[in-house]
Design a protein around this ligand. Structure first.
Ligand code: ADP
Ligand code: MG
Ligand code: MG
Length: 209
């Protein structure tokens, strides 16, 4: 699949718009099990991302994604800022310049997980953003195994993301602020798993449209 760098830039602008639109929703989710700032943090960071990338040209995709990463690291704060920042910084090191196939998507997913785990030490099932992201990468690997088209693989991984996000509801948090609540963190959808789903949904919808 050919993806131009203009398209990648459009995708980031769309991600920013969706996170800004969902600022209150993400903040309400964080109010239940955290400190009611996840939507505020993400909207602040991605407003800045939009300002940084919209008017500018970039040498290549790596340069663009690195700008996104550095902007998130310096503006988002909280737990999610460094985690998303590191994830995008890792992506900047592996993102192809125009030709994407299932292996490039798997590569991107694996380096995202590596970065988030290096920093946050969470595994799947601890009620974090990884509960959305790990199933996405597993789904891509499965789709590769089945020989599905890239479009079908993208559709499937979006479903896996949504299921992973919803699967955080009954979980007890054992990482991050929500873990301070112990048992009382059960019964609420994780804010970071939700922002990760929103990001993945935009990427998939933009790539298959
Ligand atoms: P803070 O908790 O510092 O206020 P945010 O509210 O912006 O930061 O982000 C909270 C989200 O960060 C959580 O919902 C969770 O998904 C994610 N998170 C927290 N700790 C970790 C971790 N160790 N590994 C992965 N994700 C984490
Ligand atoms: Mg918070
Ligand atoms: Mg906070």
């Amino acid at each position: 699949m050919k993806i131009t760098s203009e398209k990648i830039k459009d995708i980031f602008i769309k991600i920013a718009d969706v996170l800004i639109e969902n600022k209150n929703y993400l903040t309400e989710l964080d109010a239940a099990i955290g400190d009611a700032d996840h939507g505020i943090n993400m909207a602040r960071g991605f407003t800045k991302v939009k300002e940084k990338i919209e008017p500018n040209g970039f040498k290549n995709n790596s340069d663009l994604v690195k700008t996104v990463a550095m902007t998130l690291i310096s503006t988002v704060g909280g737990a999610s800022g460094p985690l998303y920042g590191t994830a995008f910084l890792n992506i900047s090191k592996v993102i192809p310049d125009s030709d994407f196939d299932i292996d490039s998507l798997i590569n991107i997913g694996e380096t995202v997980i590596e970065g988030i785990q290096r920093l946050g030490k969470a595994q799947q099932g601890e009620k974090t953003m990884l509960d959305t992201i790990i199933p996405v990468v597993n789904s891509l690997r499965e789709s590769k195994g089945k020989g599905l088209s890239l479009e079908r693989a993208l559709e499937e991984c979006k479903k896996a993301a949504e299921e992973g996000m919803k699967a955080t509801i009954p979980l007890q948090a054992t990482k991050g602020r929500a873990s301070y609540l112990g048992e009382r963190s059960k019964g609420h959808q994780d804010p970071g798993a939700t922002s990760s789903y929103l990001i993945i949904k935009v990427i998939v919808d933009e790539l298959i449209s």
